[in-house]
Design a binder for this molecule. Structure first.
Ligand SMILES: [Mg+2]
Length: 192
């Protein structure tokens, strides 16, 4: 594979914005950028993989999203019982489990059920190979956050790939782990 091509592929793992935590998300700024629908990963984004009960920070964040008149969709690869239990306790109205990110099947279903334009949707998540990749494949913007729990229930191969891509992104000066950048949500979007 040529250098140029591998560089372009890496861009599929590039988030629009990189933040330490969902708590740093500026909902006013998202709203001003025209975002109407927030799709959000669950494990290690809102709650660490070994916890079950949403804390008040999460509950307040969800409340604040609705107060900003934005839609919120929990978009998780985890199983129904865990996703449903979390969503109900966190006050989340719309949730999808077994999403198989980075595949586009459930993503397309959400797009069909909630017909917002591509530039009106953002996806928040902690993983490059599932969350950021599905967002870029689906032509929407993404916010990468640092995972809440580094030692996770993820399969080892997933963690290996994640670290591999993080290293490649750092080598290409695209993204450096822990160096957060609010980016420009309204700016040019290089993937599209
Ligand atoms: Mg996650």
């Amino acid at each position: 594979m040529s250098r140029k091509k591998s560089f372009l592929l890496l861009n599929y793992f590039k988030p629009s914005i990189y933040l330490e935590s969902y708590k740093k998300i500026n909902l006013d700024s998202l709203k001003n950028s025209g975002i109407k629908l927030i799709m959000c990963d669950m494990d290690n984004t809102l709650i660490s993989w070994n916890e079950r009960i949403p804390n008040t920070d999460i509950i307040n964040f969800i409340k604040s999203v609705y107060e900003h008149n934005m839609e919120f969709v929990l978009f998780s690869n985890n199983i129904r019982s865990r996703v449903e239990n979390f969503a109900k306790k966190a006050g989340i109205k719309n949730y999808f489990w077994d999403c198989k990110k980075p595949l586009l099947g459930k993503f397309k279903l959400v797009r069909k059920l909630m017909p917002y334009k591509e530039n009106e949707i953002v996806l928040i998540g902690d993983q490059l190979i599932t969350d950021v990749l599905v967002a870029n494949r689906g032509h929407i913007k993404s916010i990468l956050v640092s995972p809440l729990g580094r030692v996770s229930g993820e399969k080892k191969i997933v963690q290996f790939l994640e670290n591999f891509i993080l290293n490649r992104l750092a080598q290409k000066n695209i993204l450096h782990e822990g160096f957060y950048n609010e980016g420009e949500l309204g700016g040019n979007y290089e993937i599209l």
